[in-house]
Design a binder for this molecule. Sequence first.
Ligand code: XMP
Length: 511
Amino acid sequence: MKHELVLVLDFGGQYNQLIARRVRECHVYCEVKPYNTPIEEIRAMQPKGIIFTGGPSSVTEEGAPMCDPAVLSMGVPVLGICYGCQLMSKLLGGSVAQADKREYGKTGITLGESALFAGIADRASTCWMSHTYYIDHVPAGFVVTAHTVSCPTAAMEDASRGLYGVQFHPEVVHTPFGTQLLHNFLYDVCGVAGDWEMSRFAEESIAALREKIGDKKVLCGLSGGVDSSVAAVMIHKAVGKQLTCIFVDHGLLRKHEGDEVEEIFTRQFDINLVRVNCADRFLGRLAGVSDPETKRKIIGEEFIRVFEEEAKKIGTVDFLVQGTIYPDVIESGAGDAAVIKSHHNVGGLPDYVDFKEIVEPLRSLFKDEVRSLGLALGIPESLVWRQPFPGPGLAVRVIGDITAEKLAILKDADAIFREEIRNAGLMRDIGQYFAVLTDMRSVGVMGDERTYDYTIALRGVTTTDFMTADWARIPYDVLEKVSSRIVGEVGHVNRVVYDITSKPPATIEWE
Ligand code: XMP
């Protein structure tokens, strides 16, 4: 049976991803489509409800984005948000006027009677506003159900037609009753049963992938990261041995990580895995190189070369898997071609591989949704909750030139740090934590002997977006344990320091 679907029509607003996410949090599956999606396509999707997003345009502008007006007479409930609300008004004969000044930020709001506000005790609440135009005349058949001091139509509706509009943004946390409002729209207005859960999504997506791929061949580059792993397992469950995964082990992964990847994918899932052990090749290419950007470039190029060599052995494939997730998909309000970020994919899109089509099983999901999908598919927690790891790996954590000896020191020190963070139960509290091998050596004393050895720097940050970060307040006793274990157990290290700079001005990585 097909699951219930709510369609979000994207008019280019900045919170569109959040709307989709909130709907799924209410256990309703949701897809975002461009505002100009043809009406036939929308009908074929059989949505239980439709949400118009906000957007940067004004409905009074020439060429302002419009959907097919027939969307409003399909008999399917519609909720217009911000621009979407004004568009609904305009399409049905209401009018908008320009305010003297933009209403922006947290705003007091008075709520009247509406199915949207059911169960919301506080009738004088706050909401998040961001608009310059407001609806001065609602369309025939509509009533105003909420207002603010400067916005006479903060919410409007024609309940008999299932049409609702709100000028504010219910999807952001600054509208405290927003989640309840969306829940009310979905359950009371659209009448959904709320049947969406990850395991069901997994089953249905796997069935759809099986149909799409048929008996064709699929290739997947596996990095050991969350996204490519979950994508690979989805395809494997759909088409089994028609999938081949190439895992380029450049020797710059953390201690035992390459073996763990191999173990999970071959033993647990019986996936066709080609592990290319090429640590020496990468070390050779990196010998004597100390500039961080040159290291990145060399690794990126070499990675592509290795992947290409292996892919050639496999020959032409029909599909290439990409672990693209929703935040990677930057869709313009005009619904133009999607742009895929290449920054964090080593080498970007592998256009050098002979394939006919790309398949992206995670394209509609957020990171935390990918994680729950991973768990639903039976991927171990250690992999699903793996912290972000840079494509160039430990190469950017050995400061200066890289040797096999330095890499071994770093791997051991890093493993101890991670183990102690795990023992202290802090893994989920710290966004990213790792050791860095500085290229500084200093004097120490061990027993009766003078030493002249390396300094290990520990880095731990808390962050929500990795664009800014604060240094994690790791308890002193945990740091003490890590420090004494590293100096005691790892050769050639006699000093451990903790990095207490935020980003900015520092970056998370040291290189
Ligand atoms: P920075 O050091 O710029 O890091 O504060 C922000 C986030 O990006 C990761 N990072 C990289 N990821 N290739 C990657 O795939 C890279 O070259 C790279 N450099 C940094 C870093 O680990 C952090 O999560």
